[in-house]
Ligand binder design. Structure first.
Ligand code: FES
Length: 589
């Protein structure tokens, strides 16, 4: 490791590494009366150098994080066996699948910073000197690196795993093989509501789609964030794609157990080598993460979360920087929602390292950045098999013949409807005629839009405008996934555009624009759109416009009045609306 790879914090630390590290844990370790009362043996604890926070966003309420307690216990044992003390620190784990489409959907994004705050608080308040954070569902995955970035204490992230896929023996799903995910079920549910499939088929899908625990099983937001974490170098190689278990009745997957042991060993080597999170989470590492997320076909949520993480890591990164890196990257991986495969299919052919090797070999990644292995990214990938060596498969494509060429996944657009910015998700598809032009169908809530779609009131060619669902107006910027699922399930996904100041799930696909900033509730021009206005989306010019004059737009906004915040004073969501920045800046608080 060269000097310029070390953080300022590290350079100014002249103490011996062991002393600096051990000293930091003394307030907890030496508090004998408190240790005794809590059931610790003060004598045994005294000799332990590492007081390690185990960030544990555990709940038994949902499949995404219900394996976290088991992992935390295994980490505690592994740390103990290595002579360290693990201290479990709790945090909430909000499931998008449980909250989407409900009045509590806003708690999802709100929870991101809350989770990071909880782990940071427990870590500091217990005087720990290192950290292993267990991630999980979307916002937990987004939050996991934040306390590491904020504290810069030694540590890394461990992923509890994604859901194993399922299969059924009737079409159109049988031909997908063992690659069915929650997306297939959600779209089938919409198809059944529209009378396109039988109830019995839906019930069979429900029983077979997810055999056990784990996050949504393809390139949705949780796996986007696990890939970003591995690509950033903050998770061990091959750690972003394993299944959580074998089925709901089994123990956790052996690959997760192996990651537990390896993560504790990696933590020890990070301490020995004096490599702290900010030595790893550099500007180059962020660029690597963006590149990998685009090559994987990641969720639009990556924009919000990378901006927030960059703020916490002290890295100068803007939404335009993410676009500038991402637009050069071809779509290489054929996972849902844009392709047919589940995440576990990628894991079985070698996982993310196979994708990263292809990107590195073709000059898309910085190979000289440090990672939690203590080695550089290039060193980690040196012995990884190439796509050619992975054998015959159509899951990872080469840069020379990608799933889709560069600049066809997510783009940042601007225009008179999005003076700051918005994000367009095409997932490798292109728009006929180079643009989408259609009449605005304006709704003030997700529920009202859903009603209109289900009532058959949306026509091919329409541009659905859902507003007042941004960070402030939606009390946490809910995901409009129920709407995109309905459009897909009713066969309207290729013919209807949806634009919103809310956001999308990674499951969402179609012609979708989210994160419109400023949002309607803060006086953004999306508030001025009226039914029937012509909306024009142009990916080549990167514009989102409503075809009215600036004068007309201004006239309409003269009558605009900010809506009252609908959250009770003192609640988490009320605090969030007071503090939150626009999506253009990552919805940071
Ligand atoms: Fe948790 Fe999708 S709901 S990962």
């Amino acid at each position: 490791m060269s000097d310029n790879q070390k953080s300022d914090n590290q350079k100014s630390d002249s103490r011996k590494p062991e002393d600096a590290f051990t000293q930091q844990g003394r307030y907890w370790r030496n508090n004998r009366v408190e240790l005794r009362a809590a059931g610790f043996d003060p004598q045994a604890v005294r000799s332990k150098p590492g007081i390690v926070t185990i960030g544990s966003p555990y709940t038994n309420a949902h499949r995404c994080n219900n394996r976290v307690r088991r992992i935390a216990d295994l980490l505690t044992d592994a740390l103990d066996a290595s002579g360290h003390q693990g201290l479990i620190v709790g945090a909430p784990a909000v499931s998008d699948a449980v909250t989407q489409g409900t009045p509590n959907a806003g708690y999802s994004l709100v929870s991101r910073d809350l989770i990071a705050d909880c782990i940071e608080t427990g870590h500091r308040a217990h005087h720990a000197n290192a950290m292993i954070v267990i991630s999980g569902c979307d916002k937990v995955g987004a939050a996991a690196m934040m306390p590491l970035a904020r504290t810069n204490d030694y540590g890394l992230v461990l992923y509890p795993g994604t859901s194993s896929p399922g299969s059924v023996d009737f079409e159109p799903w049988a031909s997908k093989g063992n690659n069915l995910t929650i997306m297939d079920y959600a779209e089938a549910r919409a198809a059944q509501q529209a009378g396109r499939i039988e109830l019995l088929e839906l019930e069979t899908l429900e029983k077979n789609i997810m055999p056990g625990s784990g996050t949504c099983g393809a390139m949705f937001t949780a796996n986007t964030m696990s890939c970003i974490t591995e690509a950033m170098g903050m998770m061990l190689p091959h750690g972003a794609s394993h299944p959580a278990d074998y089925d709901a009745a089994s123990d956790i997957h052996d690959d997760v157990k192996a990651q537990v042991q390896a993560s504790v060993a990696a933590l020890e080597s990070l301490i020995r080598l004096r490599i702290r999170p900010r030595d790893i989470m550099t500007r180059k590492a962020f660029e690597n993460a963006i590149t990998v997320a685009y090559a994987m076909g990641g969720s639009t949520n990556l924009y919000l979360h990378l901006l927030a993480l960059a703020r916490d890591a002290g890295v100068d990164l803007t939404i335009d920087d993410i676009q500038a890196v991402g637009e050069k990257v071809p779509l290489l991986v054929n996972l849902q929602p844009h392709g047919p495969y589940a995440m576990v299919a990628l894991h079985e052919i070698g996982g993310l390292p196979v994708v990263m090797k292809e990107l590195l070999d073709n000059g898309f990644l910085h190979g000289d950045v440090l990672t939690v292995t203590g080695q550089t990214l290039a060193e980690n990938l040196a012995d990884v098999k190439t796509i050619a060596e992975a054998g015959e498969q159509d899951i990872v494509f080469p840069v020379t013949a990608p799933v889709a060429p560069a600049n066809n996944h997510i783009s940042v657009l601007k225009g008179n409807l999005a003076p700051e910015s918005c994000v367009l998700k095409l997932s490798g598809k292109t728009l006929q005629n180079g643009e989408f032009r259609g009449p605005a169908r304006v709704f003030e809530s997700e529920a009202a839009t859903l009603e209109a779609i289900q009532a058959g009131q949306i026509n091919k060619g329409d541009v659905i405008v859902v507003r007042n669902v941004g960070p402030v107006g939606g009390l946490g910027m809910p995901e409009m996934v129920m709407l995109t699922i309905q459009l897909q399930g009713r066969g309207l996904g290729a013919d209807v555009a949806l634009i919103t100041d809310g956001r999308f799930s990674g499951v969402s696909h179609g012609i979708l624009i989210g994160h419109i900033s400023p949002e309607a509730a803060r006086g953004g021009p999306i508030a001025a759109v009226t039914e029937g206005d012509t909306i024009v989306i142009n990916p080549q010019k990167r514009t989102l416009n409503v075809e009215i004059s600036a004068e007309e737009l201004n006239n309409r906004m003269k009558d605009w009045v900010a809506p009252a915040v609908a959250a009770a004073p003192g609640t988490v969501r009320e605090k969030f609306t007071r503090l939150v920045s626009s999506a253009h800046f990552g919805c940071v608080q």
